[in-house]
Design a protein. Sequence first.
Length: 286
Amino acid sequence: MNPYRKRFDANTPFPFECVYRDTKSAQNELPDHFHDWYELVYIYSGRGSFFIDQTFYDAAPGDIFLIPGNTIHRSFPDPEDPKTSTALFFNASLVHSPPLGDAFSYLRCFEQAKRRKAYKLPAALVADKQQIIGFIDRIHDEETDKLPGYRQAVLLHLQQLLLLLGRTLNPAEEGQALSTSAPGWMTATLTYIDEHPGSSLGLSQLAKRASVTPAHFSRVFKKLTSMNVTEYVTTKRIIRAKELLMESDANIAGIAEQCGFESLPHFHRMFKKLTGMTPSHYKRNE
């Protein structure tokens, strides 16, 4: 099963959604998925875990998860004590602001998370939880009441929340991975895939690097990520291709080769399957 691409309305004048204080079971959680919008998750109660990009995280009350666009992720609720959370989704264009004499960006906390590949702000590092909960509650109230100017109010509260998180101390890298759930060779493999998308990343090659049998590698990989190796590698390669299409002037054939696709037709086919558009159309519209 390929990662699910969660779709948002690309033409909406207000690219924002809030899923407020939601408690989900494992049965109704989305499978592995990614989307273009940014996602912020606040945990109120319960337990569980997240798989984000290449790392496994515990989830506990007070934790915040920062998920940039185009990042593979999945939530796993604890079956006995499922977590209750609010998720805020928004397009980066919503919070872009003109330069005001400094380099601050409302996306700073997400950019930092992506750069360090540390997508969790543990509760211990969240200085003012009640203020964060207050911003989320006011966003929900505005969306519920829909008074004149409610979208402007939602945006202001979202900006205040992102400003607060942008000023938060850097998230600690130590102690975030679920070492009890993911063996060291698995986390090392996920890091290797992320850093070497153009390399040979078949099951046999990865299992050899991890010094385990292909059968064991496949079984553990599927259990922890809910994807097989080919699905995961292809998705990571397409996500990297999207970044290169936006950030570089390289031609499409060069990007396909750089991301490990053996032929241009295969790249086109997989890109359209996972994004809904061709690479050239994606590049023109970004």
